[in-house]
Ligand binder design. Structure first.
Ligand code: ZN
Length: 281
């Protein structure tokens, strides 16, 4: 570790320790650093048959594959959901975050849909998972706003599939309109925001309002530019407008922020898995 890095870590630690409030912004890079990588061995070992049949290259792009039948779509998605949502335990990086947040005034806003914050023990009323949850299904056309826990169903689909297809009898149907079902993740205009989603959104707004006034740290973890309007831009805006705010950004590929906030930003392009525990300890 060089001197510049040691000083940057020390300053970030001081800001975190002295903060009245901390808002954690969790993006895809956080879950990847925690171990839920979407390419490489986790993909090739779990999806060999799909790679042979469809030429898939990673779980991120596979999520956009235009399957021709519901049997094929749910064969892929059930395994994807079991692999990324239901099988993994709370991962150490998320547990380290929870240990830090316990007893502090913290709120989480995340684009991740793998429920790792919840698994690690964050209070549900302190988490806003903006983009949904792999663990829930919705009507594909959003004809009503109920969500349905999918664990038992996707595990059954994953176990019963053959040649990248599930039995037709397991294809889920909307209990209201009889149409197709979808995973409750935002990918089109039919994404269902249920009352719990709106409740979390309101608590998030409220927390941002209070955090604007005191010594607040915005801890931005692995947030890129896929959906910058959810975490990245609001964090930059808050850092710009509020004198007591420090933005701590951990991002290996896009660490640079708005030049206006350079004085208030501590950026860590280093590997998050090594740096984050050092900041939180
Ligand atoms: Zn419906």
């Amino acid at each position: 570790m060089n001197r510049e890095q040691a000083e940057r870590i020390e300053l970030a630690r001081e800001r975190l320790a002295g903060a009245d409030r901390v808002i954690i912004g969790g993006g895809a890079g956080l879950s990847a650093a925690a171990g839920l990588t979407y390419s490489g061995e986790r993909f090739t070992q779990n999806f060999a048959d799909f790679i042979r049949k469809y030429g898939m290259t990673d779980m991120y792009s596979a999520g956009f594959y235009p399957f021709r039948t519901q049997e094929e779509k749910w064969a892929y998605w059930s395994r994807h959901i079991v692999c990324n949502r239901w099988d993994p335990p709370a991962l150490p990086l998320y547990r380290a975050l929870q240990a830090f947040a316990a007893g502090r005034d913290c709120f989480v806003v995340t684009t991740n849909v793998d429920a790792q914050f919840e698994k690690a023990g964050f209070a549900p009323e302190r988490v806003f998972a903006v983009q949904g949850d792999y663990g829930k299904l919705q009507c594909a056309r959003g004809c009503h706003d109920a969500l349905y826990d999918d664990e038992a169903l996707v595990r059954e689909m994953a176990a019963a599939q053959k040649d990248c297809r599930i039995p037709s009898s397991l294809v889920p149907k909307c209990p209201v309109c009889g149409g197709e079902m979808e995973v409750n993740i935002r990918k089109d205009a039919f994404f269902v925001q249920d009352p719990a989603w709106y409740g979390a959104a309101a608590r998030c707004d409220d927390f941002f309002g209070r955090a604007a006034k005191g010594k607040t740290v915005l801890l931005e973890l692995g947030v890129g530019f896929n959906t910058p309007t959810i975490i990245r831009f609001p964090f930059e805006r808050m850092a710009y407008r509020c004198p007591g705010v420090t933005l701590i950004r951990l991002n290996m590929s896009e660490p640079e922020g708005a030049p206006e906030n350079a004085e208030k930003t501590l950026s860590f392009p280093e590997d998050m898995a090594g740096i984050l525990p050092a900041l939180l300890a």
